[in-house]
Unconditional design. Sequence first.
Length: 386
Amino acid sequence: MESSVQEARQSIREEVRRLCQDFPDKYWQDVDKHEKYPKEFVDALTSSGYLAALIPEEYGGAGLGITEASIILEEINHCGGNSGACHAQMYTMGTLLRHGSDEQKRRYLPAIARGELRLQAFAVTEPNAGSETTRIETRAVRKGDRYVVNGQKIFISRAKHSDLMLLLARTTPYEELQDKTQGLSVFVLDMRDVKGNLDIQPLDIMVNHHTTTVFFEDVEIPVDNRIGEEGKGFRYIIDGWNAERILVASESIGDGHWFIERASRYASNRVVFGRPIGANQGIQFPIAKAYAHVEAADLMRFAAASKFERGEKCGAEANMAKLLASEAAWEAADVCMSTYGGYGFARDYDIERKFRETRLLVAAPVSNNMVLAFLGQNVLGMPKSY
Ligand SMILES: Cc1cc2nc3c(=O)[nH]c(=O)nc-3n(C[C@H](O)[C@H](O)[C@H](O)COP(=O)(O)OP(=O)(O)OC[C@H]3O[C@@H](n4cnc5c(N)ncnc54)[C@H](O)[C@@H]3O)c2cc1C
């Protein structure tokens, strides 16, 4: 790789690290404890331009690639922060960029890049469908120049902290479809000015993710806000999955490094039985092993990202990166907990907060079982379980 590209990436890393210094452990502990939205951090990331990393320069964004975007999210988590506060803007960008019309891009992207509009909510999951997205029931029925939406979504994060919601809804009843992957459509719902009843209810969950249940009752969306063709929405969402998996892997890699650094430092300083606990192999080796696993996942992340940037098929690498990184980070989290002994449970040490946040990435935005199913079935050609 050209050294200028490497230098540019290194300087992004350092700048994000500098930005994160203004948001130390205390800041994240406080937002977590009081379940606040880390608005100051998201504002700083927006005004630095990093949140608009994937928006092309012609629309006022930084025009960076998936590798750079992944480095940004990695560094936020590596510095102790929680990218979950704002990562949706990067996760969803591909759907708008690849399938949105020029008019939609002009309408939304410059304002998102300037920080005047927030695209932080992505509404797919439903109680009766779960991982089986093609079973979603929220209906969007066309009436003239509008769609009227009725239904319910669950686990929708940041809906109260976003202006726009990228919504997947059913436009053709399931029973009428020959091909069950058709019949769903993607919309940009502008939540600032909703006609109908949009009811957003907080969910009480173990991480500070501002996750909600969203009820739609006769919510109107102009036809102009449909992305791409009617009925092709599932395809558009799938198109974004590789980028999403690379980005989420990077967050886990950041978490993994954070835990390993904390664990190594604590193990070197904490003296029990007259010597640092890290001199004991029972403490040292698990930390070293977790480190090796995080580093291996990191290589897979870069392999996936460079294939993605070259426009090559990268489903296998992107899925493996997500699997390996989330498992390695969770291993590092567990090892760090053991290293800290009882202190790992004390909120002041911040380990338990990260422990909770890190576990999430094993299950969401896609569960590792679904990732294994992709590898088993699509890469290795074994029979399908669904
Ligand atoms: C904090 C948080 C934030 C979230 N944010 C969002 C958001 O912003 N937007 C959004 O749309 N969704 C969001 N989600 C939802 C998340 O993507 C789903 O929870 C996830 O996709 C799984 O759906 P489910 O919980 O219904 O699990 P289920 O589908 O009920 O699955 C339960 C378990 O069974 C496994 N399983 C199911 N079928 C199979 C099979 N055939 N083979 C093997 N294993 C199987 C699953 O992998 C999983 O482990 C969020 C979830 C959480 C917890």
